[in-house]
Design a protein around this ligand. Sequence first.
Ligand SMILES: [Zn+2]
Length: 267
Amino acid sequence: MKFFCRVLFTLVWANVLLSSCFAQPQRKRFNALVLFENGGHHIAYSTAATKWLNRLAADSNFSIHYIHNTDSINALLLAQYQLFIQLDYPPYGWKPAAAKAFEQYIEQGKGGWIGFHHASLLGEFDGYPIWPWFRDFMGGIRFVNYIPSFVDGVVTIEDSLHPCFKNIPRQFVISKEEWYTYDKSQRQQVHVLAHVDESSYFPASAIKMGDHPVIWSNTTLAARNIYIFMGHSPELFNNIHYTTLFRNSIFWAAGQVVAPKKNSTIK
Ligand SMILES: [Zn+2]
């Protein structure tokens, strides 16, 4: 009887161990690191974005980790991620080691990058100098002004074949944006993917820069990268063209196939 009990006990444990092995979670497709602004006037956008990102990550089987300052950024940390999302976090005041590790990550193509909105706030702010490398990354621009009253604008895609624009019409409206202006068009130094038509502003605004790129990619660097200016209002997550662009950019920058929309339940 004792022997029988021992065999039974062993069998039960073997079964528990085996089933726990097979119950291992599915391997994630890729890992994304999100540096986001956890305060100030972009907190509502950050909150809506992280909520949407969490649902997309669960739905599309990738892992996502959030940081709200640059203290922990170094080469070892970045090596764990195939995608870096700079969610409205500005390009100044970074820890020197973080800035260096980020430059190498982009230059050596160790992962992809998506930057939004505040990521192009290039100049001297909050007592910090401009970050020259980041200025060149963004096409050699300097921030000049913004539209504090927020206006609607028509965005026109210039490179319809780019994977980030899959399932997006050539023109779409973005409501209530700040539309930053810069000291020059970045067109000479980066690949412009879309621009906003300043004559479409509603209500009209006198704050203009002429040729006005709003989505671009610096193709001189090894990393897949895309900057998307629109990123102030949480209402953007009710705009199907915006969420499609965000989602396409994630898969493209992470080196994945940009999946058709029907494969997911997240809008
Ligand atoms: Zn803003």
